[in-house]
Ligand binder design. Sequence first.
Ligand code: XMP
Length: 509
Amino acid sequence: TVVVLDFGGQYNQLIARRVRECGVYCEVKPYTTPLEQLKAMEPIGFIFTGGPNSVYEEGAPKADPAIFTLGVPVLGICYGCQYMAHTLGGQVTEAQEDTAREYGKTETYYDTSCKIFRGLPERGISWMSHGDYMAKVPTGFALVAHSDACPNVAIADEQRGFYGVQYHPEVNHTEHGVDMIRNFLYEVCGAVGDWSMGDYKKTAIQAIREKVGDGKVLLALSGGVDSSVAAALLAEAVGSQLTCVFVDHGLMRKNEGDEVEAAFSRWDINFVRVDAEARFLLKLAGEAEPERKRKIIGEEFIRVFEEEAKKIGRVDYLVQGTIYPDVIESGAGDAAVIKSHHNVGGLPDYVDFKEIIEPLRLLFKDEVRQLGRELGLPEYLVMRQPFPGPGLAIRVIGDLTKEKLDTLREADAIYREEIAAAGEDKNINQYFAVLTNTRSVGVMGDGRTYDYTLALRAVTTSDFMTADWARIPYDVLDRISTRIVNEVKGINRIVYDITSKPPATIEWE
Ligand code: XMP
């Protein structure tokens, strides 16, 4: 185990992710963790994270200094580096304007005879974010990297296996940052890099079993990747003690509800699928304004879930599929309505339970997908693209009817089928059809038609905050268009959305 000791920086989970990418198991622990507890983890290395404080300030976070006497290598990053220097007899001061207060991309020069830089280029960009300066480096340490402004960007005591870097090797902006972390893990700590998501699964299941005991567990399944993987993990861990409530609001894509149900049929859990389509449509009837539609759906979702929870009675644990990016910022991705509700108000007050379990809290999206595969979830579920909690309700523009939803479902299914068949799904991050509220004149056979216009949307994006429209080949668009107007009643015209975000958003509502 490598222990990432958390001093409160913003990239701390990212460090953990990098370590795991190197095939090394690690856990993030608060800096206040007692030494005995850390020792019991039998760490082969420590990584001290960055943090917002200055180490010379009153009340700055400090770990037990005896940590440096354990004979275990340490890599200190930013604050972690300064904490190490400060504790081992160096001196850290506030940087003056002309001495090494650095933010952002910085040209850095490395001593490649140092173990953590071995085999890497002698210069490269590193990502700095510090206002403090190591005026005096502790005895035994050598300077192993510098920038134009700062002579001691990295320090090393190779004898004791102590390394400190002022920059952030864990962020993508630092060239070869992951290689430096890997060097620390393999060359300094002697890690072999054979840890995998399969191991994570075993550890997580073990931890859940210990925590839950013979308690009862409740989970709201949205059908998205996160809640499905969380459900599968809990199903594997505590099986029959788990109740999954799957609120089918009738706003899902074609076959989606059945697919979700089928995916969970292999576990002996209490799976409750609530067919709430009629209820939702009734509540939504005549409502055309997007935000009010969202609000109605969110509220109704809670109400249905609440009713089901009441039938079950007291549970001990409520599971949420919160993943690491939700922890930093909520909003993007397939955050289900129930989740954003929970996230906003803290603990939900409508279910009687003891504690919340968030088994995916430390995982990034691609790790969640990998875990889903390990748990035997089907690929179509694991690879599902983001789908908004309000579902197709915000993809039928204006007021909803069951007919419009069914029309959209059919068209959307053809769209997805053809995109996948053309292999374009690998180049596109999110794509879907929108039933516009516009009807236009067409001609079919010998007759005049007056039917709906369907819009196709497809975007490439890494964070869903900004996006570009995908350049789908014309012949693929042509096939999609031809099939939809021929096969779906009520649509006689197809348009392709060629706006980026901003100024447009990804969804139309
Ligand atoms: P926009 O349309 O804002 O969408 O560019 C960005 C991402 O968020 C998804 N989205 C939602 N997800 N509830 C959700 O859970 C919502 O109300 C919602 N609105 C948009 C959208 O699909 C895209 O991935």
